[in-house]
Design a protein around this ligand. Structure first.
Ligand code: NAD
Length: 260
């Protein structure tokens, strides 16, 4: 059923978003990719997805800490593909620091990108989804939307916030063929993950290897990183007709972390 569906995936120039864009394209969805990087920097990935899938794959740069750029991104995706059936709010960043040393500009940026951008994106796509009577919105939250870790106050606040917004928004559109869910991954080895290892080592006074073994993998009972492909498969499932009764859910995919 996903043939001819059109998806906008924010933060799909790398990591989890790229994996979701790739999986969507391979299932026949047209995909509008997005990232903070220039179109030139992402062109080889865009072309690869388009060539391997045969669907339309487009890309646009936008800074999602700026609401006007989010509205322009959605507008351009709707113009280019004719509609946005699926919105994946995935773009996000991390910053690790004790709260009493946490830089205020980092707090503002994380709340803007990891929380407020999803609000602006949902607000912009909903009129079209309501008019067509179909929509799938997936917010890539985190296990940190369900439980906390120290030194990640802004990230944990934003991710808990996006889980709450997911529930509220889902209730509003539940009778209109639109589902809104949050995916809550545990640790996935991406650039976001890799970049936080040195700061976590500093904040905890341990080595980077200890961060990987004693902090990251210890959190997950499986002792395995979650993979991009596993998250992409869940996102694909949520887009299908079989998932029509999943809405307002915060779905952990965390190797058992939130169960412990
Ligand atoms: P990543 O660093 O690989 O990708 C981040 C994406 O966000 C990139 O496409 C980048 O272009 C985009 N981005 C960064 N700053 C931006 C800005 N100002 N405006 C617009 N786009 C911007 O990271 P990832 O690990 O794939 O993370 C993707 C999402 O998954 C994030 O929301 C993150 O919180 C969440 N997540 C990641 C993990 C993990 O362990 N990696 C775990 C749980 C949740």
């Amino acid at each position: 059923m996903t043939e001819s569906r059109c998806a906008l995936v924010t933060g799909s120039s790398s990591g989890i978003g790229l994996g979701i864009a790739d999986a969507f394209a391979k299932r026949g969805m047209n995909v509008f990719m997005h990232g903070i990087e220039t179109a030139d920097a992402v062109e080889s990935q865009r072309r690869k997805l388009a060539d391997e899938s045969g669907v339309t794959v487009l890309y646009r740069q936008a800074d999602l800490t700026r609401p006007a750029q989010i509205r322009e991104l959605v507008h351009d995706a709707e113009q280019a593909m004719g509609k946005v059936d699926v919105l994946v709010n995935n773009a996000g960043i991390q910053f690790v620091s004790p709260i009493d040393e946490f830089p205020e500009d980092k707090w503002d940026t994380i709340i803007a990108l990891n929380l407020s951008a999803a609000f602006h994106g949902i607000k912009a796509v909903l009129p079209g989804m309501k008019a067509r009577g179909f929509g799938r919105i997936i917010n890539v939250a985190s296990v940190h939307g369900l439980v906390a870790s120290p030194y990640k106050s802004a990230y944990v606040a934003a991710k808990h916030g996006i889980v709450g917004m997911t529930k509220s928004a889902a209730l509003e559109v539940a009778e209109q063929g639109i589902t809104i869910n949050a995916i809550c991954p545990g640790y996935v080895w991406t650039s976001l993950m890799e970049k936080q290892v040195p700061d976590t080592a500093k904040a905890r006074g341990i080595t980077e290897q200890q961060v990987i073994e004693d902090v990251l993998l210890r959190a997950q009972p499986t002792r395995q990183f979650v993979t991009v492909e596993q998250i992409a498969a869940l996102a694909c499932f949520l887009c299908g007709d079989e998932a029509a009764s999943f809405t307002g859910a915060a779905l952990p995919i965390d190797g058992g972390w939130s169960a412990a």
